[in-house]
Structures are given as C-alpha cells and as structure tokens.
Design a binder for this molecule. Structure first.
Ligand code: S3P
Length: 177
C-alpha cells in the first residue's frame, strides 16, 4: 500500500474532538468517515454506556481490539477512535504501518472539564477521569503526531490534520482523488 492509500486515524482522550474533527477532515478530503464508537454501538446494538454496565469494560476492550484489527486493514478512510482505543500497545501495533497516519489530539484537563461537564454517555467519566488522563498520557505520547486543541477552532485543526496528511503522502491531497 502507498501512503495515500492509508487512513487518517484520530485518537486522544475523551473530549478532545476526535469525532468532530474526523468528520470535517473526511468531508474536506472526500473520504469515508468511520467513528469507532458509533460502529461499535451498531454492532453491539446498544449504547456503549449500557454495554459497559452489563458486560463490563474488559468485554468492551475486546470488541474494540477486534474492530481495530478489522479497520487497520481498510484503505483510505478517516477514522475516529474511542479515547481508550489506542492506549494498549497491542492496539497501537495494529495500526503501525507506513501507510496510516496516526494523530493524537490533546486538550488540557481544565479545557476537558469544560467540554465534558454534564456528559452522561461516557461511563469512564463516572470515575476519576483526571487520574485516567495521567495514566494514559505516556501511551498517547508514543503516537507519531500530536495536536493541541485548546485554543484552536475546528477549521484550524482540520487544516493542521490535512497538512500532516500532505506531509505523509508527499503531495497536495486537498483536491479529491
Ligand atoms: C472511552 C472513550 C469513549 C468510548 C468509551 C471508552 C475511553 O469514546 O470509547 O466510553 O476509554 O476513553 P470518546 O473518546 O469518543 O468519548
């Protein structure tokens, strides 16, 4: 596979904007968009929060790893992962090819507090998510590309992701292929 056949994979902690930015990047590059949480909810036939409650986190992580293995074989998509998807090294390894572009989005805990307040659909927000953020930080840092989102508009972030994609493929891909 050539670099332009790969997918753009957006990851990062809950609330960093993976789905919003992923969707915008996909429409800018005219590529299919896949939101892993949405795919899993369809596959599991229930909201993630309900699946966590009835089957537990470990069962969810198994489903997530299975989906990673499937999606890593696909070409040319823009994919938003869940916040925990690329925390385990074995899931990062599934995507580690020359072709896919992995980008981790960041926001400070202060910014995340604002963005996540009132959310009832994310089971892990019921625990100490700031501690989770600290625990995950080192794993996220292993990813090849990082973008801070705190003080940027969605449009600026789309530009930055598209810029990384152009570097990755070695040419201007803003016009649809
Ligand atoms: C999770 C993040 C969620 C979802 C699930 C677990 C996590 O996705 O996959 O609730 O472990 O951080 P978002 O990051 O899209 O909220």
């Amino acid at each position: 596979m050539k670099a332009e056949d790969g997918s753009i994979v957006l990851t990062g902690f809950m609330g960093t904007g993976k789905s919003t930015i992923g969707q915008l990047v996909a429409s800018r590059l005219q590529r299919p968009f896949l939101d892993m949480d949405a795919v899993l909810e369809t596959r599991l036939n229930q909201p993630i929060v309900d699946f966590f409650a009835t089957h537990g986190e470990e069962a969810f992580r198994e489903q997530e790893t299975q989906l990673c293995a499937e999606l890593a074989q696909r070409e040319g998509c823009v994919i938003s992962t869940g916040g925990g998807t690329l925390v385990p090294s074995h899931n990062q390894a599934l995507w580690a090819t020359e072709t896919h572009l992995l980008v981790c989005l960041w926001a400070t805990p202060a910014q995340l507090t604002l963005r996540l307040q009132g959310d009832t659909q994310r089971p892990l927000l019921r625990g100490d998510w700031q501690q989770l953020y600290l625990e995950r930080e080192a794993q996220y840092r292993k990813l090849p590309h990082h973008l801070d989102t705190d003080a940027k508009t969605p449009n600026q972030l789309v530009q930055e992701v598209v810029g990384l994609w152009q570097q990755h493929t070695g040419h201007d891909t803003t016009s649809p292929h």
